[in-house]
Design a protein around this ligand. Structure first.
Ligand SMILES: NC(=O)c1ccc[n+]([C@@H]2O[C@H](COP(=O)([O-])OP(=O)(O)OC[C@H]3O[C@@H](n4cnc5c(N)ncnc54)[C@H](OP(=O)(O)O)[C@@H]3O)[C@@H](O)[C@H]2O)c1
Length: 435
């Protein structure tokens, strides 16, 4: 028997416009697959011309998002306005009013996910969020359903397309960060204010959501170590190549046997032969290691109207398939086996260092001696030719695995050596070794 699911969409921007369009493009297919007629019964949009341009019937349109939670002809509110103020109010009022909610809003979930899922659970409504991480890649469903039998050993994600585009272009063209960023803006891959992307905050929001799914507890955002790509220099991309690596902004989540979880986002050197090294341009990829399944890779477009609409409509269809009761909110929490965050100072990693040093004998020995005092071993060294006109030379050092706290202490001493002329560049290196 065919049923009907009535949808209210808030926001008709990039994602909202895509959802409107594709709910119509594939309406018959969705009807066949869900046995439910998905009907858009209300659209909240600030500027009416957006709705007009998409051909939305004027009687469906309201300028007030507040009308959606109150509308008796809406079963599911789709929040696509973004931000953390009106969106928070819209989602909480909708859940309290007995509506299911679908959202793409990673910033809001990363900040208030715990509270909003508790609210959804209390009101026995669904709060689905597939589009909030990695756009069109169904990584949320993969973690909640396909991989549910597994303990997640580690997860490494390229989850910000703008940063991946910039780093890929720096790698293939030899151009500087600033140059490529200007291009990314012209092409619409980067916002006019690029800081949310290039400073790593967007990737941190997504990584926090993935951590909640993988380990069953919400990591406060201030405990997600976050470092962006603004300071990345072409020189480091070039030396990374010589050493056999590509530079990527990774979200990294992994647990140790004592129950502590690392949740961090930073530029990372990835061995060229690893599959994540060849994820280029605006594409996203999430590499998950489960204790039963082993290694898995999820790849696809992380943003854009079509890819994101695919994820939002997937959530709407899920609610349609559950039927009108759809009462048990699955949330993301469970009796967490892990509920402690391991601080960045306690992580073990390999490190790449680039120093600018005096061009005279004994410098490498002086640096190696400080590293030795902290039990940090050297894996390899490159000492390129001096640039004409410069009195100093670069010294590139790959370190063995070490504890970050020890590396920090050693770097503090090294930077005070008289032979070291500039701030030391340090980039973490991921080996993906099985621990
Ligand atoms: N863009 C992507 O590829 C992508 C991917 C994954 C997730 N997301 C998430 O999806 C959400 C929407 O992103 P977007 O790129 O579609 O944003 P967008 O293009 O800026 O669209 C936002 C829409 O919401 C409307 N809006 C904003 N505040 C409103 C308010 N208070 N009342 C009514 N309408 C309001 C805007 O109206 P006006 O046009 O009148 O300003 C616009 O139509 C965000 O949470 C974002 O993080 C986006």
């Amino acid at each position: 028997m065919q049923q009907q699911l009535r949808i209210g969409i808030a926001g008709l921007g990039t994602v909202g416009g895509g959802v409107w369009k594709h709910l119509h493009t594939n309406a018959e297919l969705l009807l066949q697959r869900t046995r439910t007629r998905i009907a858009i019964t209300r659209v909240a949009v600030r500027r009416a011309e957006r709705a007009e341009a998409l051909g939305v019937a004027p009687e469906l349109v309201t300028p007030r998002w507040q009308d959606l939670p109150e509308d008796p002809n809406v079963d599911v509110v789709v929040e696509l306005i973004g931000g953390t103020t009106d969106a928070y109010e819209l989602i909480s009022r909708s859940l309290k009013a007995g509506k299911h909610v679908v959202t793409a809003n990673k910033a809001l979930l990363a900040e208030c996910g715990e509270e909003l899922f508790a609210l959804a659970s209390r009101h026995r409504r669904q709060l689905l969020f597939e589009a909030s991480v990695a756009g069109g890649i169904p990584i949320i469903k993969a973690l909640r359903e396909g991989l549910v039998a597994n303990r997640i050993i580690s997860l490494h994600g390229i989850v910000n397309g703008t940063c991946n585009y910039i780093l890929s272009q720096m790698s293939t063209t030899g151009r500087t960060f600033e140059d490529v960023l200007a291009d990314a803006k012209a092409l619409g891959y980067a916002e006019a204010d690029e800081s949310l992307d290039v400073e790593g905050h967007d990737a941190a929001h997504k990584t926090a959501i993935l951590a909640a799914l993988a380990y069953g507890f919400w990591v406060p955002m201030h405990q997600v170590y976050t470092e962006g790509i603004r300071h990345i220099e072409q020189e480091d991309v070039k030396y990374a190549h010589q050493l056999g690596y590509e530079l990527k902004l990774l979200g990294i989540i992994q647990a140790d046997s004592a129950g502590a979880v690392e949740v961090r986002v930073h530029p990372t050197l990835v061995p060229r032969e690893h599959v994540l090294a060849s994820v280029n341009g605006v594409f996203n990829a999430v590499y998950v290691r489960g204790d039963i399944v082993g290694d898995t890779l999820f790849y696809g477009r992380g943003a854009g109207a079509d890819a994101t609409a695919s994820a939002v409509i997937g959530d709407i269809a899920e609610i349609a398939c559950m039927g009108p009761d759809a009462a048990r909110c699955r949330g993301v929490g469970f009796d967490a086996l892990y509920a402690r965050v391991r601080g960045i100072e306690d992580i073990h990693s390999r490190y790449y260092l680039r120093l600018e040093v005096s061009d005279r004998p004994g410098v490498l020995a002086a640096v190696a001696s400080v590293l030795g005092e902290h039990q940090i071993g050297i894996l390899s060294v490159i000492q390129p030719e001096r640039d004409s006109g410069k009195t100093s030379v670069p010294l590139v050092i790959m370190l063995h695995d070490a504890v970050e706290r020890d590396v920090n202490a050693a770097l503090a001493k090294i930077s005070r050596l008289e032979v070291v002329k500039e701030d030391v560049v340090r980039i973490r290196v991921e080996t993906f070794a099985k621990k």
